[in-house]
Design a binder for this molecule. Sequence first.
Ligand code: AMP
Ligand code: MN
Ligand code: MN
Length: 342
Amino acid sequence: MTRPGPEAPDEASWDKAVAALTGPDEVVLACHVSPDGDALGSMLALAHALLRRGSRVLASFGEPFDVPASLRGLPGVDLLVRPDRVPAAPALLATFDTGSVDRLGGLADRVRRAGEVLVVDHHASNTGFGTVHLVDPAAPATAVLVDELVRRLGVPLDADIAACLYAGLVTDTGSFRFAGTTPATHQLAARLLATGFRHDLLARELFDTHPFGWLPMAGAVLARARLEPAEVGGLGLVWTETRTADLAARGLGLDQAESLVDLVRTAQEAEVAAVLKELPQGGWAVSVRSKGRVNVGAACTALGGGGHRFAAGFTSHAGLEETVAMLRAALAGAPRPAVGDA
Ligand code: AMP
Ligand code: MN
Ligand code: MN
């Protein structure tokens, strides 16, 4: 089936991207707020490649400038600079895993003032806010596009670049379980592993490490999950919420709530899973997942957020019940991809 939205990058776009990265002395890199493994991994992988070529690189993301605990072991995290150190008008700004300008948070204004804006992304909803676009909605991770860019820049993969790209690949494919995983995904993983980085340690940090307090927090949050079989046109919704107090009581940051949706979505009786995360400043960051029969990206876009067809999110400034009611309504009208359409 033909998909709306951007096509895979053509040769001219790749050439323009390489030319843009070859010009300026200093390159500014930015990824989306509350970065995940794909956003940070893709950005740091290109940072390493540009440093190898002798460029000066500034890499950052919008406030809150906290690197999630699970990503602190990525090689090059020490290269990150606070967003207030990013020049007001960079000659070249490259963005990663960022579907729209607002997802850059406090760095959004740099897009308007930059000379060139290179957009590297895989969101079908990408708004095309750059001057050069490497956007491929068929790519399972932004890291796949960065791998190709690094190759075209003539930089051989090394263990640092590979670890960063692997973090993006393994995060966005759900450890190679999601439908977007192809033979080419595994071939890329094989090339990355061949550089010799410790993928076992990286995966443990990314997915299998929490402070002890995470266990009772997850227990409490999962214990109040609600199953609503009649929602989503009878396909079922399961949801729960994390309160600031759930996290604060155990000394946990908001990043410790990110993986809960992966537990909630295992409920067999529900097609769609959601976790509403109370924000310290008020409101809710909502993570929504589908098993493949409902386009939750469309539902979240309708609610002012965005994402992919089967993994999406939005921010709500309404109360808990009202936010869930908005989600129920958006899901009831959400498109249903044809079965088997990955
Ligand atoms: P998350 O649930 O935070 O892991 O996000 C899943 C996907 O939804 C990400 O890949 C983002 O593209 C997208 N997403 C999450 N929150 C938002 C938001 N507030 N606005 C736009 N896209 C979002
Ligand atoms: Mn992301
Ligand atoms: Mn991504």
